[in-house]
Design a protein around this ligand. Structure first.
Ligand SMILES: [Zn+2]
Length: 164
């Protein structure tokens, strides 16, 4: 990857400006964003709102169902999507955060520690995001500590979790 392009993307510079500054093609910028685990760039649209008006209606319906306490499976049945797809559409930051970490691991920018940061158990710990809006801020936890943390979070109100 072109490190200059990576630096500019990470600094939040818009793709069009990166093309102007570096003289690379917009395809290169787009490819680099993909490699970094970032979503396709669409100016003026927010995360989770990258689709057409009909999809936005569906998204609004899905959010209402979620707010009224429906599970992802129940929402999926109503709108004709899989649980995974519903989760992806309702929580885009979660997927971006995970792919960012996976890419950072693969590319060697970060290294997985050899023990759990909570109980110090030697293992290949899992990356836990306390805040999906900070994709590289993770705690490395063994399977059982990670489960315990996630169960603890699930008992919090939905609104608090999804506001993160
Ligand atoms: Zn642990």
């Amino acid at each position: 990857m072109n490190q200059e392009v990576v630096r500019l993307i990470e600094a939040g510079v818009q793709p069009r400006e990166i093309v102007a500054i570096t003289n690379v093609s917009s395809a290169t910028v787009s490819y680099t964003r993909k490699r970094l685990g970032l979503p396709q760039y669409k100016s003026g649209r927010k995360l989770g709102e990258r689709e057409g008006p009909r999809d936005l209606e569906r998204l609004a319906k899905m959010r209402n169902l979620r707010a009224s306490g429906c599970t992802l499976v129940e929402i999926g049945k109503q709108v004709g999507l899989t649980k995974q797809r519903v989760d992806h559409l309702l929580n885009p930051q979660k997927f971006i955060a995970r792919s960012t970490i996976n890419y950072a691991l693969r590319s060697g920018r970060i290294t997985r520690p050899k023990f759990c940061q909570n109980c110090s158990d030697p293992c290949a710990p899992q990356a836990h995001h306390d805040d999906y809006s900070k994709p590289l801020a993770v705690r490395w936890l063994c399977g059982s500590c990670h489960n315990a943390t996630r169960i603890g979070e699930r008992s919090r109100p939905i609104t608090e979790m999804e506001a993160a």
